[in-house]
Design a protein around this ligand. Structure first.
Ligand SMILES: Nc1nc2c(ncn2[C@@H]2O[C@H](COP(=O)(O)OP(=O)(O)OP(=O)(O)O)[C@@H](O)[C@H]2O)c(=O)[nH]1
Ligand SMILES: [Mg+2]
Length: 202
């Protein structure tokens, strides 16, 4: 099953739920702790170096960025969570915006939850995954920055994450924005969640 990204544009940022796009396009959201590599993953998938802004200092603005893919799917870059220096007020804004988004987005067909492969999942990662499964959302966990580990450490982390998060084989992908490892698997997962059968068979 292949899914090719031919066109990717920044659509708009949203700061409040009232600003969510009106179009009925399927959406795939990218969630994860601050600085984990959400924007880098998205850039790798679309094959553009800086469509989504990457940063070495965690971003502080709580906003959701929408990207329009192939004129018919939205990629949704969610603000990172778990940044120690975030104020209580900002955490509250994050919580209500993101929870509201997850609850109100009928068009949200899947969430890619990104976790740094070098560390076991944090309680905030587990909380998000539990929240999403409570709302019966389809989740693909991506363990990123795989290029930073040896093959054996990579396998070890993968096994550990699978156990801690109680995931099966098909819900976990090891990825690197540097080597592009895992890119095709993630794209086919996105295709399977967003495309209609007749389009896939073309
Ligand atoms: N070596 C390596 N570095 C990565 C990878 N993915 C991301 N990075 C680096 O990690 C840092 C953070 O990446 P971003 O993509 O900005 O992370 P983010 O999750 O979007 O960050 P926020 O939006 O601020 O929460 C950057 O310096 C990236 O270059 C990867 O797969 N391998
Ligand atoms: Mg980002």
């Amino acid at each position: 099953m292949s899914f090719k990204i031919k066109k990717a544009l920044f659509f708009k940022p949203i700061y409040k739920l009232e600003e969510l796009p009106e179009q009925n396009f399927p959406q795939i959201a990218f969630a994860g702790r601050s600085n984990v590599g959400k924007s880098s993953l998205m850039n790798t998938l679309v094959g553009q170096k800086s469509l989504a802004k990457t940063s070495s200092t965690p971003g502080k603005t709580v906003r959701i960025n929408f990207f329009l893919i192939n004129d018919k799917i939205y990629f949704v870059d969610l603000p990172g969570y778990g940044y120690a220096k975030t104020s209580k007020k900002e955490k509250k804004v994050w919580g209500s915006l993101i929870e509201g988004y997850f609850r109100n987005s009928e068009n949200l067909k899947g969430i890619i939850q990104i976790i740094d492969i070098r560390h076991p999942p944090f309680p905030s990662d587990i909380e998000l995954l539990e929240f999403l499964s409570f709302y019966k959302k389809s989740v693909l966990v991506v363990l990123t920055k795989a290029d930073k580990l040896s093959k054996s450490k990579m396998m070890e982390s993968q096994k550990k994450a699978k156990e801690i998060l109680k995931l099966n084989e098909n819900s976990l992908v090891v990825f690197s924005a540097k080597t592009k490892m895992g890119k095709d698997e993630i794209l086919s997962w996105i295709g399977s969640k967003t495309l209609k059968r007749e389009i896939l068979c073309q």
